[in-house]
Design a protein around this ligand. Structure first.
Ligand SMILES: Nc1ncnc2c1ncn2[C@@H]1O[C@H](COP(=O)(O)OP(=O)(O)O)[C@@H](O)[C@H]1O
Ligand SMILES: [Mg+2]
Length: 298
């Protein structure tokens, strides 16, 4: 999986917002087959600049990992691609089209919130909503619908607890169901917002493997926001770092160096490698969400 297509490896970009625009000339290759294109894209929320002049082409089948401190605009980037937030400048394209809500080719795993233990919803209801949209209380469930839900439940290994109240399941089990909900529409672009948050190591590995397998088998593009790079380090074709003032995108080997990260963060950062793990010292790399998440059971 770490075989980086040449087109991706060549697509090294470092941006510094409005400060300067020292990017290479190949910033905007016209790529009709690209999954996502951002061209000088700038985002402001409530009048405050979030990121500026972001230019990035994400190839079909690419696994892009997005890191950056809290508030750097990682979630907002996904929301732009979902057509939920407009850019203030520049252009975003998803499969060559302007982002729009409810795009059937996009699967979205939103940042995790624990379900209320009392919520009267089964796992299979949640997954079915991935097909039905977000309409509640569907009473007639055709056999085809049920078969499709069962198929995706089997794929993520959640069939065994799909009829239990979702609020009673462990964080890892809930997350598998969220993934099933995102995959049931057969997406070719998967947007994952910190899907490993609050999961134990085993559940993290399961979630990463499910998403990686989907990407491999479908040639699906993955944009994976995470606070910990290590679980996805071996899968990442490139890493996009958003720091607020600056951004950069490059292969993991070139991005995760003391020199590159110090320059992007604008403060001294130490990158320490130990065996196949990497630690970034001196800054908040990913930004944990302060919202508490229940993790009952495993
Ligand atoms: N609906 C909103 N109204 C006001 N500010 C918002 C809204 N959504 C996001 N923000 C702000 O925009 C910034 C980027 O948020 P976000 O994309 O969630 O960052 P990240 O996911 O990197 O932590 C944050 O400062 C956040 O508080
Ligand atoms: Mg976020």
């Amino acid at each position: 999986m770490n075989q980086t297509p040449d087109s991706i490896a060549a697509d090294r970009q470092i941006g510094a917002g409005a400060l300067h625009a020292a990017r290479d000339a190949a910033t905007h290759p016209h790529q009709p087959g690209a999954a996502v294109q951002l061209e000088d894209a700038s985002l402001a929320i409530a009048g405050r600049r979030i990121w500026t002049d972001l230019s990035l082409t994400i190839a079909r089948g690419e696994f892009l990992v997005v890191i950056g401190p809290n508030g750097a605009g990682k979630t907002s980037l996904l929301r732009v691609l979902l057509g939920l937030v407009p850019l203030v400048r520049g252009r975003a394209l998803v499969h060559g089209e302007v982002p729009r809500r409810g795009h059937p080719a996009i699967g979205y795993i939103p940042q995790q919130r624990a379900f209320d233990p009392e919520i009267p919803l089964r796992g299979r209801d949640l997954v079915g909503m991935g097909l039905d949209g977000h309409r509640w209380g569907i009473s007639v469930r055709p056999a085809a619908h049920r078969a499709r839900v069962d198929r995706i439940l089997d794929l993520v290994g959640a069939r065994g607890y799909a009829d239990a109240p979702i609020g009673r399941l462990s964080g890892g089990e809930q997350q598998r169901l969220r993934i099933a909900q995102a995959l049931i529409g057969d997406p070719s672009l998967l947007l994952c917002d910190e899907p490993l948050l609050s999961l134990d190591l085993h559940s993290q590995a399961v979630v990463v493997e499910l998403i990686a397998r989907w990407s491999r088998e479908r040639d699906a593009t993955v944009i994976f926001v995470t606070h910990d790079i290590n679980p996805v380090l071996r899968l990442a074709h490139r890493i996009l770092l958003l720091t607020g003032a600056r951004w950069g995108v490059d292969t993991p080997d070139r991005m995760l160096t003391t020199e590159t990260l110090s320059s992007l963060y604008g403060v001294p950062v130490d990158v320490v490698r130990h065996r196949d793990r990497v630690a970034v010292l001196g800054v908040d790399v990913g930004g944990h969400d302060p919202v508490p998440h229940a993790e009952h059971g495993s």
